[in-house]
Design a protein around this ligand. Sequence first.
Ligand code: 7TS
Length: 403
Amino acid sequence: MNSELRSDFPILARTLYNKYPLVYLDNAATTQKPRQVVEAMMEEYYNANANVHRGVHFLSQQATDLQEGARETVRRFLNAHSASEIIFTRGTTESINLVASSFGQAFMHEGDEVIISEMEHHSNIVSWQLLRERLGIRLRVIPITDDGHLQMSAYEQLFNERTRIVALTHVSNVLGTINPVCDIIRIAHDHGVPVLIDGAQSTPHMPIDVQAMDCDFFAFSGHKIYGPTGIGVLYGKERWLEQMPPYMGGGEMIKTVSFDRTTFNDLPYKFEAGTPDYVAATGLATALDYVAALGMSRISDYEHALTTYAIQQLSTIEGMRIFGPTEEREAVVSFLVGNIHHLDMGTLLDRLGIAVRTGHHCAEPLMHRLGIEGTVRASFSFYNTRDEVDTLCDGIRRVMRMF
Ligand code: 7TS
């Protein structure tokens, strides 16, 4: 599906070190941007720039219409019930912090518990630890199996009368594991507990339907789905958001302010203090329209086939150790080869024009569980090709010959 699409991404035509065509395999960190996204943002800055929701003037109205149009695009993309359930944030990290802080303040007390898992990104660990500092809550952790699945029976046993929320990643950014979120959510709801899904690594790769999933909160980042940096989304069911206090105070999130008393704006504005990055909202909406036009199911099928091919080819390399499930996984492959340090492998692959990520991938507790310090990680997009996978494998073999 990619040959005609690659020309939408000018950066993919770059040559590195005067010699090597860029092979960009760091899509789980951030994706490249199609022209359409950059041009939509440029167009807004050149022709429709004004602060939103503030002025009576023409441009302000136009910028506001673009911002609210973008919100509607996100609503449709996630199949949320209402646009007032779509809050623009700076990214997944801010979305999770918002829930931890605000849900925590409204519904949690000392001794109450949040369930997370051993495969969480730091943003879904540290946010809750900050709340632990503030309120004295407890973190309960779902263990994983050796091949990177959640231990579901252990999960069920973590519930008790102090459990207030479950916060879990949809897809592991290290292992590629696709968690059974529908089962996770059903079980939590059976205990009367709401669920936050970290969709940073799932939203770019599969169709998302928050109503079908029945999650209470869902977070994702624009930059990981071909949109700009600095914008992300928190979806929350209205019944929760209505009861939660604002996360930040400032302009836009209020109805009336006096020194004695302030009343807050309606959803979603209650959670959007200050001037939002309305141009990034346009960029995000353009990116979502772009992938929706390709078809999320088509993207998913293509990337799964490419990942299966990558695992097959990588497995032919002597001393290769691939982490995570062998089947039913997302387009992320973490590995180590022999006793070559991940940083050496990453640095030497870079000299061949191949961009991968190395290290703990902001999942240090998972590294402890796996008994390693870090991995090399190749992560794929629909614009990657089998030829690029072959280049990666050739590159790894070249690096091995250096040791
Ligand atoms: N959750 C998961 C599962 C992630 O993979 C990431 C970023 C985040 C949250 C945070 O997203 P942000 O946009 O707010 O920073 N993951 C990665 C990664 O794997 N490599 O670089 C960033």
